[in-house]
Design a protein around this ligand. Sequence first.
Ligand code: AMP
Ligand code: ZN
Length: 136
Amino acid sequence: MKKEDCIFCRIAGGEIPSKTLYEDRDFRVILDLGPATRGHALILPKEHAENLYDLPEEAASKVLLLAQKMARIMVEKLHCDGLNLVQNNGEAAGQTVHHFHLHLIPRYVDDGQAINWKPGKPSQEELDATMKTIVE
Ligand code: AMP
Ligand code: ZN
């Protein structure tokens, strides 16, 4: 289902023009308007899902294959030196558009960008407690 007030539904459906790199029945891949690097693209499912938790399994299973296909094209055409996949869920994680999207960010040596976190230093006990919380 499309959501009337969702900008990515309108872009994915072709109602709002975009710099489209690829389109099929289920997805549209567009250039990000505020790119981190040259070629920064977004994979948008055509069906609205707010985030990864809500994404139907069929779309979830297809999206990484499409990311692989696009990544291979980017390496070949843009000659990027690396590529990050980024996918934000929830405002705490930096999600600003609440329609699932997967960022494909080509990386170039000395591109001045950083996708980083500050590593923690948990004890073995803390790691055990976290593992138990998740798996039990
Ligand atoms: P996120 O922070 O993961 O929700 O990322 C949203 C991304 O969408 C940002 O990188 C924006 O630059 C990008 N963006 C927002 N609106 C548009 C638009 N109309 N067309 C293309 N990219 C957009
Ligand atoms: Zn949407």
